[in-house]
Design a protein around this ligand. Structure first.
Ligand code: ZN
Length: 198
């Protein structure tokens, strides 16, 4: 499984993949030879790596991305899009809605939120259950801005083991989590909004 991957390292100061790693992923070289699912949280100011994603899909017919209509629309301009279109699963949710998708034993609940400070950009959050563990990847969504939408998801019935957050609030969350190490459900509640974190 890849989440928001395939970016090259030469974009400003952002972390990216070294060319040889990117090539290995696209060409399914070990240890990247068993990828079958790509989760894309959103399109961003930086160019979504449409070309790299398309090359990977063309090379590996078993790989299927899950992405918003905004991301799919970006990919439509790629040469050869019609050849890989059938591999792409488009998430057509409206903000606040969620949908469950499964792929080769991995269950993913997709939550439709907005990007931080940018309500015109759809940001998908992923609740992924794999190997008996469940993690949440928030993409670039803020809790405070998405709270009403997040509350529509039954987190109380879905114990979360691991939470991936946008880096601007990670430090604050870690600080609070360290005060609640023995109580994971409390820790999760503490991450619910930025206001409560602070
Ligand atoms: Zn972003």
């Amino acid at each position: 499984m890849l989440i928001d991957a395939l970016f090259e390292p030469n974009f400003a100061t952002e972390v990216g993949l070294r060319p040889e790693i990117l090539k290995a992923i696209i060409e399914a070289q070990k240890p990247f030879n068993e990828i079958d699912l790509i989760l894309v949280t959103h399109k961003d100011d930086r160019p979504f790596p449409c070309g790299e994603c398309a090359r990977l899909l063309a090379e590996q017919s078993q790989v299927s991305p899950r992405c918003s209509t905004q991301v799919v629309d970006l990919m439509r301009s790629i040469d050869g899009f019609t050849k890989i279109e059938h591999q792409i699963y488009e998430i057509k949710l409206k903000a606040g809605a969620h949908e469950q998708v499964s792929h080769n034993g991995v269950t993913v609940d997709v939550l439709c939120l907005y990007h931080e400070h940018r309500p015109q950009t759809i940001n998908l959050a992923f609740v992924v259950e794999v190997g008996g563990a469940r993690f949440v990847h928030m993409g670039d969504a803020f809790f405070a801005e998405s709270e009403s939408h997040l509350r529509s998801y039954p987190f109380e019935q879905a114990h979360i083991d691991l939470l991936f957050l946008i880096n601007t609030i990670v430090m604050a969350v870690l600080q609070r989590l360290s005060q609640n190490e023995s109580n994971r459900s409390t820790s999760w509640q503490c991450t619910w909004t930025r206001e409560r974190i602070h």
